[in-house]
Design a protein around this ligand. Sequence first.
Ligand code: MOS
Length: 758
Amino acid sequence: MAEIGKPINRIDGRLKVTGAAKYAAEFNQPQMAYAFPVRSTIANGTIRKLDTSQAQASPGVISILTHENAPRLKPFSREQLRTLGTNVGEDLVVLQDIRVHYFGQFIACVVAETYEQARHAANLVEAEYAEEKPKIDLSEELPNGLRPEKKAYGPEAQLNTGKAAEPLRAAPIKFEQIYKTSYETHNPMEPNGSVAWWDGADKLTIQESTQGVLTERAVIAYYFDLKPENVRVVSRFTGGGFGNKAFPWTSNVLAVMAAKVAKRPVKLVITRQMMQTNVGRRGETVQTVALGAEKNGRLTVMRHHNETYAKLTNFFEPSGETSEILYNTPLREITYKVAELNLGAPTYMRAPGESPGSFAAESAMDELAYELKIDPINLRVMNHTTVHPQKKLPFSSEYLKECYRTGAAKFGWARRKIEPRQVRNGRYLVGYGMAAATYPGERGTATVRIQMTADGGVKVLCATHDIGTGTYTILAQTAADALGVPIGKITVEIGDSNLPPAPLSSGARTAATVGPAVQAAGEALRRDLLHLTLAGKQSKLNGKKADEIDFSNAKFFVRSDASKTDSYIDIMRRNDRTMMESCMTTVPDAAKSPSESCLIAPTSREENKNEEKYAFHSFGAQFAEVWVDEDLGTIRVKRITSVQDVGRIMNEKTARSQIIGGVIFGIGSALMEESQFDKRWANPVTRTLADYHVPVNLDVTEIDVHFIGKPDPRISPIGARGVGEIGIVGISAAIANAVFNATGKRLRDLPFTPDKLI
Ligand code: MOS
């Protein structure tokens, strides 16, 4: 009967392929106007003068917002936002002053009757600047960089600073190399966009494309000084969000501002070019990895120094993450240095930290293995840890060695030659490489309301999101199992800030966070129904004990006598109920109490204590086969085998799709993705998908995904950890290691474009 785990199709799939699923930009309102932002053409300086006269006279223009006339927004500090339980993409309140921090910053916004009129008029706005030289070169600015004490979400950024030097000196085997990763830009199919409309002066609705309806509600309410409950953010479908829709950006704020000034609904959807400048990116990194080992391969010390940029945010790419988790070594030193550049803020991008960090760390492990003539898997197994090295807590559930074993068998690792340049296929050199992967098992607090109506229909309600991952489907599967009703009876309503609260859909936390709340609410509702039937005078189950009763297909029945049944519909009819509902909160933070009508799930406080006893992490092993054309410098990824230990699999099909998507993202990082900036003006020269390359069908061949599938009973009764981020981790290292195995050439500078190989 169990629905959880089945590889069923997305329940929203039909809506998506028929176009019935509406995305933010597709919403229209009566009297709607269009906004188009004006971008700065300098990266550093101040605005001297904005001449809007020509734009003002352009057809269809309703108003032009500038720093001189825009509504004043409430300034903030990150501390204030944190107390509101929220965050913003960048510390920049749009159109409030004359300062320009990066190329493409929004310095004005035209509102007009049509999109074309707004866009045309935006081109007519003339700006004069007092320009200063932009800081754009990471290597030039790093000497003045800072060593931040903390990472954006709290933990220490500098670990054992300086302590690795001595053990490295003493190590019989030493290895040190520098690895570089590139700036990367989010390219979901759907660019960020909002349709905003006010109802009077203090009520607001936004149709949004976001990973966090409540985050956005909190930020907008703060800026515009509104009660949060008077702001409604709706995002039923999100056309991909890989971190760039986690927090509100200035474009979201501009849409709301424009609607306020125009006193009309306003649509603002940013362009593909603006995706390059205004909604965050992954920062470039320079990582120095040093390893010390015994001659047999036992690590004695690891040092991972990370350099990157930050601007208008306390977030920076935390590329030391995997080095905090993987491998057992008596000492690890992990440090960061961060320079400020005149670029828009860096932000989350799929597996922030782990993605570039695993490239460096897992390449280094491969280099060490080759130096010692040890099989790379054996080196990893020899240095395996079952305990979180920093927290000194056992992992809640960990099957990394099984990932290596399964991966090696499925991939055919035994055929790999230790020495490079041994395998040819026509003009190609063939190589095998592998890397380990890890990603935290995040879980947060969520509240879910479940309603059953007299016709037996079930609604699952929660302010969570389906950012393309399959949330709709797995929540329906979970509710079906908890209630014992067919999945076709279940409707899932999510993506609306008016629904019971759930966190941001980021950090691969949604399945592990919302799933248990659905289960708890479903079980509570089923208990209420059971109570009614056992107590019901006309019920065939009257007087039985709860433990004698089973349930399936929206009915209770006596386990020892299946002819004695009572259906949920009959129970509700006999009891004159047109609707029954339950509401449950799971894993509550001590500080937060759930809304009055909702209960804390009975098991939740206990589950919460597991946080103190265990470290929650997912693990995986990535294997790559590459074919290299040495004459042309081209690398073809022929196949990838990805084995993941992510706890219980909620839906074999959507989970597999997540891993495949992550792997493709990783192929992009490895071979092509790179935002480049003109060093004179700090403007991106890779402005569209024509110059910022992402993998297309021909770049993606066979991706063979396997799951260990062992539930993690400590993260929740469901046992699922997230699956959204880990697929990308280790892919670029596995490819780099395969390229070395093919050619004998070690590439340490992503992406591996043909010039790097020749
Ligand atoms: Mo994920 S990079 O936290 O959207």
